[in-house]
Design a protein around this ligand. Structure first.
Ligand SMILES: [Zn+2]
Length: 194
């Protein structure tokens, strides 16, 4: 048997992009606790979306756990508050989800928007999935839907000029705020699925 490609999660470590981020928690009313709150590169090559749910919510930066999917903070956010909805199951394409998974996947995405609206009142959202490495998926082997809040004026000159984005809030604080809102709002969305 030759030329048979078997996907190994270890072949798809999260890709750190080239954008440097300037963490500026002092801009918000949150207090910088310690440097441990800063994101670090994963120490293992295990699929991060399989590894995440095995940790505590705090350690895994998980904002919400459903029956088939969960919401996790992005370690390398495109913007403040960047969240991802992932199935627990290690599949790469949305076509591989069964009906229950697909329903909760999309329903949790709308719930995530409502959570963001409650926590930080965005003016808009970017929502989408990169499926396959060729399409730009950082962790191609494990499906994840990006939910990125946007505010008027957030796309300022800094990312272009300095390859830097200002991140005015720490991931752990953002997770805490999201988790609280998820818990509060999920029942209105009949989530998690029974
Ligand atoms: Zn996985």
């Amino acid at each position: 048997m030759t030329d048979v490609r078997v996907d190994n999660p270890a072949d798809f470590p999260p890709q750190e992009d080239t954008v440097e981020r300037l963490w500026t928690p002092q801009r918000m009313t949150y207090v910088l606790r310690n440097s441990e709150d800063r994101p670090t590169k994963p120490k293992t090559k295990e699929c991060p979306f399989c590894a995440g749910p095995k940790k505590s919510d705090e350690d895994g930066l998980i904002a919400w756990r459903g029956t088939h999917v969960f919401a996790i903070m992005n370690l390398y956010p495109y913007n403040v508050g960047h969240l991802m909805i992932c199935p627990y199951r290690h599949v790469g394409f949305i076509t591989e989800l069964d009906d229950a998974e697909l329903f909760e996947f999309e329903k949790a995405t709308t719930l995530a928007m409502k959570v963001m609206e409650t926590v930080s009142r965005p003016d808009g959202y970017n929502i989408g999935i990169n499926q396959g490495e060729v399409a730009g998926a950082g962790v191609a082997a494990h499906l994840h839907q990006h939910v990125v809040p946007r505010w008027n004026g957030d796309a300022n000159f800094m990312p272009i000029v300095a390859q830097t984005r200002t991140m005015p809030i720490l991931l752990s604080d953002q997770r805490d705020a999201y988790a609280q809102a998820f818990e509060q709002l999920a029942p209105q969305y009949h989530l998690p699925l029974a």
